[in-house]
Design a protein around this ligand. Structure first.
Ligand code: FES
Length: 84
């Protein structure tokens, strides 16, 4: 099965607006989920420009944008992708 790409933005805007805690994502996953994903740190996903900065932090799961990302939202999205 192809792994699910999880791109986490650690750019300044995302990091300041709550992205720093997303570093804990990997530790929050059980081993079964860990094996199914690739975590890809990014410097800026280019989504924080103009008025969109307030929707940070951003994560992409298989290219699909999650705004105001939390660990819970990202895990839910990963599970959705696995079940599709
Ligand atoms: S800093 Fe995260 S999208 Fe730009």
């Amino acid at each position: 099965m192809k792994k699910i790409d999880v791109e986490i933005c650690f750019g300044t805007t995302c990091f300041v607006l709550g992205g720093s805690h997303l570093q804990e994502l990997e530790n929050s996953l059980d081993n079964d989920l860990k094996e199914k994903i690739n975590i890809i740190p990014q410097n800026c996903l280019g989504l924080c420009k103009n008025e969109n900065y307030s929707q940070a932090p951003y994560v992409k799961v298989n290219g699909q944008i999650i705004d105001r990302a939390t660990i819970e939202k990202v895990i839910n999205k990963i599970k959705c992708e696995i079940n599709e």
